[in-house]
Design a protein around this ligand. Structure first.
Ligand SMILES: Nc1ncnc2c1ncn2[C@@H]1O[C@H](COP(=O)(O)OP(=O)(O)OP(=O)(O)O)[C@@H](O)[C@H]1O
Length: 243
């Protein structure tokens, strides 16, 4: 099995005036291809910082980060952007779609940045629109969509470049429970089809649907549990049991 993420002794501190916060303290973590990992823990324990480092939005102060076969511990901004575009898809709680672009154009963005050919972009975007039941909304703008539809567009945008790793930050945080459940169902389906996912969530119901839960406290990994390998049935069962 291919290792997608390898973190060794990763530390990250933030300085504000005289105050220093050790957001991550010696994190060691390996994530294999095809895993669905939930990162959980109380507010301030370092979940978002860890996701930002995994997504090359922040750099660790010390330690090693290998993403697929690349040592990405010490990249400059341009190198990080290039690796991020090729290897990482990011889904945010607040969707982060561009309001002035249509659904199609939003999803196409990562491939536009990559300089892909028009025909290739059309094929990839249309395939995802079909897969995620968004084809009838291709020409809509984000503010003409429900929250659940917007999050599906954001997921399509994150996937269009066929990343090695999908990073998902509180994907259901801005959604009602029905739309939240359907976005989680989509993530489980994508994982079953092979997508490697790391998700930060406060929602115990949803973290149980991942194949592994990593619990942080004060910037350290305190426990790791393997959950059930989800099938369509036990995804529904996990939701039902957790209500
Ligand atoms: N840019 C920053 N400047 C200063 N301190 C920061 C910064 N970002 C995070 N921190 C601090 O680092 C620690 C970890 O923050 P982080 O946002 O990673 O936690 P979290 O587990 O994601 O919290 P939440 O669940 O509330 O989103 C916190 O104590 C936070 O105050």
């Amino acid at each position: 099995m291919k290792t997608i993420v390898s973190l060794q002794n990763v530390c990250k501190a933030f300085n504000k005036g005289q105050l220093q916060t050790q957001a991550l303290n010696n994190i060691n973590l390996t994530i294999e291809q095809g895993e669905f990992v939930a990162i959980v823990g109380p507010s301030g324990c370092g979940k978002s910082t860890l996701l930002s480092i995994l997504g090359l939005l922040e750099q660790a102060d010390s330690g090693q980060y290998h993403l697929s076969e690349h040592d990405v511990s010490t990249l400059n901004i341009d190198q990080s952007a290039k690796i991020r575009n090729r290897h990482i898809g990011f889904v945010f709680q607040s969707f982060n779609l561009i309001d002035s672009l249509t659904v199609f154009e939003n999803i196409a963005l990562p491939l536009e940045h990559r300089g892909s050919k028009k025909a290739e972009i059309e094929q990839a975007v249309n395939a995802l629109l079909t897969k995620l039941n968004l084809l009838p909304r291709a020409a809509y703008y984000p503010n003409q969509l429900s929250g659940g539809q917007q999050q599906r567009v954001a997921i399509a945008r994150a996937l269009v470049g066929q990343p090695d790793l999908l990073l998902v930050d509180e994907p259901t945080g801005n959604l009602d429970s029905q739309n939240g459940d359907s976005v989680m169902q989509l993530l489980c389906d994508l994982n079953r089809a092979g997508t490697t996912i790391v998700m930060v969530t406060h929602d115990n119901r949803y973290s149980q649907m991942a194949s592994r839960q990593i619990r942080l406290l004060d910037g350290q990994v305190i426990t790791q549990h393997s959950g059930t390998t989800h099938s369509a049935n036990n995804t529904n069962q996990a939701m039902a049991e957790a209500v």
